[in-house]
Design a protein around this ligand. Sequence first.
Ligand SMILES: [Mg+2]
Length: 188
Amino acid sequence: MIIAIDFDGTITDHRYPDLGRPVPGAFEWMKRFQAAGATLILWTMRSDGPDGPLLTEADDFCRENGVIFKHVNENPQAWTTSPKVLAHAYIDDSAIGCPLKENPRMCGRPIVDWDIVGPLVMAMIENDGDHRLRTPKANTPAWDPYGPEAQRLARNYRLMSAAVGGYQPLASDVEMDMPTSNDTIDGT
Ligand SMILES: [Mg+2]
């Protein structure tokens, strides 16, 4: 199984062009993915250029922390001319649907919640012995689109949107007594 993983806000917190500090759980889970046989691709907007070797620094930082990417911003199976890398899963703090949490070290943009992402992706790897994407099996955590976890994610989306200045309360939020963008994530 191939997993493409973003850097800023996903592996480290948002301090571009600095490297930032590791997002809690990121390296632990990526090392588990590696040990389970997954191919990891670093998939980031960072590049080596006039501002310095920002991409190489990020790759080196991950290697020093025990994660070796087989490819860096490169498609391992380029059977089209698309620059998008082929992966079975993409982990990115900017992706809609990616579980996020508030950064405990600094205010601002939230970071990937690896407590949720890690087990989900691990279940995908364990269900994918022949490297084909399959329908999740019994040991994949159950997903209730109307359950408390879905509500928690919806709340995270609002925090994420507020962080980039795009969130406007909806009438339905008031009617449903949804948390506001000023709320903090309580982890429930
Ligand atoms: Mg990012």
